[in-house]
Design a protein around this ligand. Structure first.
Ligand code: AMP
Ligand code: ZN
Length: 136
């Protein structure tokens, strides 16, 4: 299903032009207009799923296999030193476009980017409590 009000549905299905790197029946890979580094790209499914919760498992599997293939191709073509995969879910986590996507971010020595988080220092008790909360 597509969402008529979703810009990524339109881009993924070719209704809005994009810098396409790859396309198949289910996915399109495009260059991000706000590229964090040279070659920053996005994997977009051609059907509308708001986030990873909505993405069916077979699509999720396909997206990850495609991410691996694109990473290999892009690393070689761009001579990247490293690579980040980023996938945001929810406004609090930084998602701004509510159509599932995976960021493919080639990394270069001294590219000036920081993609990550501040390390915390939870106590053993806190780790045990959260382990119980999640795993039961
Ligand atoms: P997120 O914050 O994870 O939802 O990422 C949305 C990404 O989409 C950002 O990196 C934007 O730069 C990118 N973006 C938004 N609109 C477009 C567009 N029309 N074409 C390409 N990239 C876009
Ligand atoms: Zn959409």
């Amino acid at each position: 299903m597509r969402d008529d009000n979703c810009i990524f549905c339109k881009i993924a299905n070719g209704e809005i032009p994009s810098r396409t790197l790859y396309e198949d029946e289910r996915f399109r890979v495009i260059l991000d207009l706000g590229a964090a580094t040279r070659g920053h790209a996005l994997i977009l499914p051609k059907e509308h799923f708001a986030d990873l919760v909505e993405l069916p498992e077979d699509w999720a599997a396909g997206a990850m296999v495609l991410a691996k293939k694109m990473m290999m191709k892009m690393k070689a073509a761009l001579h990247a030193d490293g690579f980040n995969l980023v996938q945001n879910n929810g406004t609090t986590a930084g998602q701004t476009v509510f159509h599932f996507h995976i960021h493919l971010i080639p990394r270069y020595a001294e590219d000036g980017q920081t993609i990550g988080w501040k390390a915390g220092s939870p106590t053993p008790e806190e780790l045990e409590a959260v382990q119980k909360e999640i795993a039961g």
